[in-house]
Design a protein around this ligand. Structure first.
Ligand code: FES
Length: 111
């Protein structure tokens, strides 16, 4: 847990919701889907909109500006597969959601 940082109380995000969080100067989108927490970049690779202000439907978040969609569980961009978000590992401990600030391997959209 050396690289993990607390980002939110578990009870502060309802299942099926998402929001922007900032940790150590880095903006992340935190989403809760099926009881699991997922963290990806909060900055849309199209024109930089905050994805945490977007609409979450299932595991898919839609950008508030032009509607590109992303899978919050993998970071894959479902609109433009060549524009994935970085995904960050999360953990729950002591009633807090923690995130590792080293991104996982880049995501690719499902074939
Ligand atoms: S800024 Fe996100 S789709 Fe355009």
């Amino acid at each position: 847990m050396d690289n993990y940082h607390p980002i939110a109380a578990v009870d502060s995000l309802a299942d099926g919701a998402c929001r922007s969080v900032e940790v150590r100067g880095q903006r992340l989108l935190l989403a809760r889907v099926g009881g699991e927490f997922h963290a990806v970049d909060d900055v849309c690779p199209h024109r930089g909109a905050p994805l945490g202000s977007g609409f979450l439907q299932g595991h898919e978040v839609f950008c508030p500006l032009h509607g590109w969609s992303f899978d919050v569980t993998s970071g894959a961009c479902l609109t433009r597969p060549d524009k994935p978000l970085r995904r960050y590992s999360t953990a729950v401990r002591d009633g807090q959601v923690w995130v590792a600030l080293t991104p996982d391997a880049p995501a690719t959209a499902p074939a």
